[in-house]
Design a protein. Structure first.
Length: 142
């Protein structure tokens, strides 16, 4: 029986390293690459709650997700591995943990830091929270 591996990605170098690790180590397992669209970052910056602004955000965020997930599929092709790709909307750590719970994930593999990789801390806030709240094993790629 194949194990279900979840690899969250945000387009950062560390998340790409997480995908590479999953592909090279668990290529025989079922791998899903997940990108989380995060609307709160836009809502915090926006003074207007106009519906058209939300639609513009969603289209731009989905285009970015499509680009990031296409890169993950291309990388998987380089390794000769088939992956599934998914998107979710919400707070990244919460969406990752919920996906793991709802989709019977056995193992989460993720980069230690996301887009802001300049932190002196060993883990970014999303990786740390996923590690603490996940119902399954979490491997952090540094």
């Amino acid at each position: 029986m194949s194990r279900e591996i979840l690899v969250p990605v945000d387009g950062s170098p560390k998340s790409t390293e997480g995908v590479e690790y999953a592909l090279s180590t668990y290529g025989e397992e079922s791998i899903t690459v997940l990108h989380v669209l995060t609307p709160h970052a836009v809502w915090d910056e926006r003074a207007s709650d106009a519906p058209e602004a939300d639609e513009e955000w969603r289209e731009a965020a989905q285009a970015e997700a499509d680009r990031i997930l296409a890169e993950a599929r291309d990388l998987a092709d380089d390794y000769g591995v088939s992956v599934e790709t998914e998107t979710a909307v919400g707070e990244p750590w919460r969406a990752i943990v919920e996906y793991a719970e709802e989709d019977d994930v056995d193992h989460i593999i993720m980069g230690s830091h996301g887009r802001t990789d300049d932190s002196p801390l060993p883990l970014g806030s999303v990786a740390e929270t996923v590690m603490r709240r996940s119902p399954v094993l979490v491997s952090i790629v540094r």
